[in-house]
Write a protein that binds this ligand. Structure first.
Ligand SMILES: NC(=O)C1=CN([C@@H]2O[C@H](COP(=O)(O)OP(=O)(O)OC[C@H]3O[C@@H](n4cnc5c(N)ncnc54)[C@H](OP(=O)(O)O)[C@@H]3O)[C@@H](O)[C@H]2O)C=CC1
Ligand SMILES: O=C(CO)COP(=O)(O)O
Length: 328
């Protein structure tokens, strides 16, 4: 497999950071943004000011407004935009190529994982998923970061990991796409909950309990979907859950803090909140769990708060008064 050139589609924070990481790995990179003026501004200023203010871009990154053929395609748009993006792309750009899905979320309506959307829309593409503890600003600045890169074929995943690995970006190859995708989608839901704990001033002990019980829920979901709970011991599971559920830098955590302070989802969104994927994913994850008959009280709680069905105080009282049971 030739793995020299990379096309990153999506010029937000994560697309820009992944373009920078691929450039630092020695690849020649096109960063596909939605309009030509923005591409020109990025190329002349050598910075994507809207996405990663002040971050200088490697000379190996060129912004373009139209996707062209590349050896590796990386999709970095919000999870709800992936299907529409794929529908608009020339199938020849994807057929037989490694396509790396980097969005963390489940699709509204279909309950689909990102790799299921790819299989629907571009069945001839080779789907990989990339996830793990990695804030865009850290990756782009060259701070040490490690992620999981999973594909059906472990040897292809290793080749791709080698092509994208740089001095500060370390992808570990894996073969459990389901586990990696569910972990990446659900950690955002638990980050909303942990942010709400902070916003409602419920204490660090409550937040740690939430992380541990969230991890247990995640394991039930991954297993029910045919993934491996072992995947959760790695970067995409424990790693990203820890990062996102404890850091105010996380947009999901910030959104949760606003909920915890008593604000409504609609008001937070109307105020121009940054993308928080857990907001769309929580109701989908709750529906998915119901369809699989998996017990997920924390996901249900986040869903209830986000959709305005319940108040945080009532939810906490409800969770704390559930019948006592064995931990495992
Ligand atoms: N930021 C981070 O630290 C990380 C983010 N991720 C994941 O990456 C995904 C993207 O997040 P992030 O980049 O941070 O979000 P941003 O909000 O920073 O950027 C989203 C980008 O997607 C573009 N976009 C939206 N819809 C389309 C579309 N239909 N076609 C083309 N481009 C589109 C937007 O373009 P425009 O600017 O024109 O509106 C925008 O540039 C999310 O799933 C997130 O969970 C994963 C790891 C880390
Ligand atoms: O996924 C991320 C870090 O791994 C980014 O988290 P947020 O989208 O919550 O900022």
């Amino acid at each position: 497999m030739r793995l020299e050139t990379v096309s990153v589609i999506g010029g937000g924070a994560w697309g820009t950071a992944l373009a920078q990481a691929a450039a630092m790995a020695g690849r020649s990179v096109s960063l596909v943004v939605r309009d030509a003026d923005k591409a020109a501004r990025i190329n002349s200023s050598r910075c994507n000011e809207a996405a990663l203010p002040g971050q200088a871009l490697s000379p190996a990154v060129t912004a373009v407004a139209e996707a062209a053929s590349a050896d590796i395609v990386i999709l970095a748009v919000p999870a709800q935009a992936t299907r529409g993006l794929l529908a608009a792309l020339d199938p020849a750009l994807l057929a037989g190529r490694p396509v790396v899905l980097s969005a963390k979320g489940l699709e509204t309506g279909t309950l689909a994982r990102q790799s299921e959307i790819l299989a629907d829309m571009a069945p001839d593409a080779m789907g990989f998923v990339l996830s793990g503890p990695s804030f865009a600003a850290d990756v782009a600045a060259g701070r040490p970061t490690a992620v999981t890169l999973a594909g059906d074929d472990a040897s292809d995943a290793s080749d791709l990991a080698s092509a994208l690995a740089g001095p500060s970006f370390r992808p570990y190859a894996a073969d459990d796409r389901i586990g990696v995708e569910i972990a990446g989608a659900l950690k955002n839901v638990y980050a909303l909950a942990c942010g709400a704990v902070e916003g409602a001033n419920l204490g660090a002990s409550a937040r740690a309990a939430l992380i541990a019980r969230g991890y247990a829920e995640m394991a039930r979901m991954v297993t029910a979907m045919g993934g491996s709970a072992h995947t959760l011991t790695g970067l995409a599971g424990l790693g990203d859950l820890t990062l996102t559920c404890t850091s105010i830098q996380s947009r999901n955590y910030q959104f949760g803090m606003a909920l915890g302070a008593g604000r409504r989802t609609g008001d937070i969104l109307a105020g121009g909140a940054a993308l928080a994927e857990g907001v769309a994913t929580a109701p989908v994850a709750a529906a998915l769990a119901r369809s699989l008959d998996v017990e997920v009280p924390l996901i249900d709680a986040v869903d209830a708060v986000i959709t305005g069905k319940s108040e945080i105080a009532a939810i906490v009282a409800g969770l704390m008064s559930r019948p006592l049971k064995k931990e495992h």
